[in-house]
Write a protein that binds this ligand. Structure first.
Ligand SMILES: [Zn+2]
Ligand SMILES: [Zn+2]
Ligand SMILES: [Zn+2]
Length: 91
């Protein structure tokens, strides 16, 4: 994590990053849909698709579950995003 002082409480509470177990959107796989990028929920570890994907499962999950923070599940990307605060942090 960076030493930025302005992190929201959700990002500040992340002490270790949950990496994706599998490189696929769990919900899209069920319906045979496609996705663009993958995000991993830092509260429950589910990996879902981003807002550029047709089904936007990650943000739908955040709204439905109240889990605020996702991490990019893309190789080489090291950032977190908090939905309620629209805040990004690199790690
Ligand atoms: Zn937050
Ligand atoms: Zn999806
Ligand atoms: Zn979750």
């Amino acid at each position: 994590m960076t030493e930025k002082q302005s992190l929201c409480e959700h990002l500040a509470a992340i002490t270790s990053i949950t990496r994706p177990q599998r490189h696929e959107c769990e919900e899209c796989v069920k319906t045979g849909s496609r996705w663009v990028h993958l995000r991993t929920c830092q509260a429950c570890g589910v990996t879902l698709c981003c807002d550029s994907s047709p089904n936007r499962h990650a943000s739908a999950h955040a709204r439905a579950s109240g889990h605020p923070v996702i991490a990019s599940a893309e190789l080489g990307e090291r950032w977190l995003y908090c939905y309620p605060d629209s805040e990004t942090a690199e790690y």
